[in-house]
Design a protein around this ligand. Structure first.
Ligand SMILES: [Zn+2]
Length: 493
């Protein structure tokens, strides 16, 4: 406890009892708010010239600072810099030129907020009537102070909030949960997650819940229930660091030439049903160049396993999660295309990096877009030439399609209206005596089930080609010829 003999001779100074518990930087951030940066600068300069001089300076403490647990002292500041540099130099994030920039985050144990709140009350108490403490009450935050220190100590690094590589330094303090728990003994204090059985202390005493609790406790209660002034900690904080790069988005268009390739990995009850997928054939080479382990694949619609995607291809986007790079040379992107195009199953074009804002272009108007298909159809009966003529001359047919039986397991049962137009039916030279073959070309509104339009799906699609021709017709092969989306822009190569 602080005795009443703790005299204040100079209102510009903090009481000795508390000064001795603070590190220099914490002292500055409380008491030298207006010249903080220059004070820090002077301090580090003096530390440099002090090398070899073992005589302890005025403020040198051996115990951890009662506010920052040593986080703002040289050893832990230097360790922070080391951890940051280790991540910048990781193989994953390395660049041709050494990486010197990142976005910086600092995660601190919430017990620090409690100690700061108590110290504010303490100082206010001491200076009652002497000094308008409110004027100086807002400390420079520990995060801001930490960053200022790092900027001065590591002037070869640049910390930029817009840099896509975010490095988070996390400070842990072993007695954090115990100290936070002290708050919960103060009547009227409420931690919303305290009664959840599965909630660990980190979850109960989160930064937000601790700050919330502090805000609801009166100065009197803080003073009465917590060590006043804040006690000398038994331990220094420890540090870890991690890096995460913003997602990078790659767009392009793909063709698919196989009738035995699903668009995304095909699994049933967790068991792979095929070795390959369009998604993996495209994203694999992109991920390896950008050094990403995970990705999300999305496309403008999708085709069935047995449907080929021809023409100018289908637009798609690969989101690279935590890649090592944010950009590559134009030529390098072309070499990724070559890599992908070595496969006989898929081809890709117009690969390019897009901004997050452009993602919407992929899905925009997806339902209104038109798609052109070519289908190979078979029948045992000869259709009447007049019936074919009538269909080909009809401008636009509106179908009512009940969800096809084959997709009922993954799509809700509904009736959808879809338009088809430009129907062209051409007889294909006969290969067998058993049936006739026709090539159907048709332009449809996105989302039309073309197979069902041909055979009618037991009357679930109306009208359908079989009914219109008055014969039974089935479909044996389907290709997408064109998807009417002018995105991503074609590249001049
Ligand atoms: Zn400190």
């Amino acid at each position: 406890m602080v005795s009443n003999s703790d005299t204040i001779n100079n209102e510009d100074d903090l009481p000795e009892s508390i000064q001795s518990r603070l590190c220099e930087i914490c002292y500055f951030r409380i008491w030298e708010r207006n010249n903080f940066t220059s004070k820090v600068e002077d301090y580090f300069l003096s530390k440099k010239t002090e090398v070899g001089d073992e005589k302890p300076g005025k403020h040198i403490k051996t115990n951890p600072c009662c506010l920052c647990f040593g986080l703002l002292t040289l050893p832990l500041l230097e360790q922070s810099i080391l951890l940051i540099k280790q991540i910048l130099n990781k193989d994953k994030y390395k660049q041709d030129l050494e990486r010197k920039q990142c976005c910086l985050s600092f995660s601190i144990p919430p017990a620090i907020f409690i100690r700061e709140a108590v110290l504010k009350v303490f100082i206010k108490d001491k200076y009652e009537g002497l000094l308008d403490f409110e004027r100086k009450s807002a400390f420079i935050t520990i995060k801001e102070s930490w960053r200022t220190c790092l900027e001065q100590l590591a002037n070869d690094l640049k910390f930029d909030d817009n840099n896509p590589l975010r490095i988070t330094v996390t400070a842990l303090y072993i007695d954090n949960n115990e100290e936070c728990k002290q708050l919960s003994h103060i009547p009227g204090t409420y931690f919303p997650n305290a009664n959840k059985k599965s909630a660990g202390p980190e979850y109960i005493y989160s930064r937000a819940s601790v700050l919330n609790a502090i805000g609801s406790i009166s100065e009197e209660d803080l003073k009465k229930n917590l060590p006043f002034p804040p006690s000398i900690p038994q331990h220094f904080a420890t540090l870890t660091a991690s890096g995460k790069h913003d997602s990078v988005f790659i767009a392009g268009r793909y063709n698919k030439y196989s009738r035995n390739l699903s668009q995304t990995p095909w699994t049933i009850d967790g068991v792979r049903k095929s070795d390959l997928s369009v998604d993996e054939l495209l994203s694999g080479p992109i991920k390896s160049v950008f050094r990403a382990e995970h990705h999300n694949f999305s496309s403008s619609g999708r085709e069935d396993v047995d449907v080929r995607m021809l023409g100018s291809g289908r637009p798609f986007i690969v989101e690279l999660i935590d890649p090592g790079l944010s950009d590559i040379l134009f030529e390098k992107m072309r070499s990724i295309e070559c890599d992908i195009n070595n496969s006989s199953l898929v081809k890709v074009r117009d690969l390019q990096i897009i901004s997050k804002n452009e993602i919407k272009n992929l899905k925009e108007g997806e339902e209104e877009k038109k798609k052109t298909y070519k289908a190979l159809c078979i029948t045992k009966q000869v259709p009447a030439p007049e019936a074919i003529m009538k269909i080909q001359n009809s401008e636009r047919l509106v179908l009512e399609q009940k969800t096809p039986i084959r997709v009922l397991h993954r799509r809700p049962l509904a009736i959808r209206k879809r338009a088809v137009e430009n129907i062209k039916l051409t007889e294909v030279p006969k290969e067998t005596q058993d049936f006739l073959m026709y090539e159907l070309e048709v332009t449809t509104q996105a989302g039309t089930y073309v197979k069902e339009f041909v055979h009618g799906d037991f009357g679930r699609t109306n009208p359908n080609l079989s009914d219109l021709l008055g014969i039974e017709m089935d479909i044996v092969a389907l290709d997408v010829l064109n998807i009417e989306i002018d995105w991503p822009p074609a590249l001049n190569q």
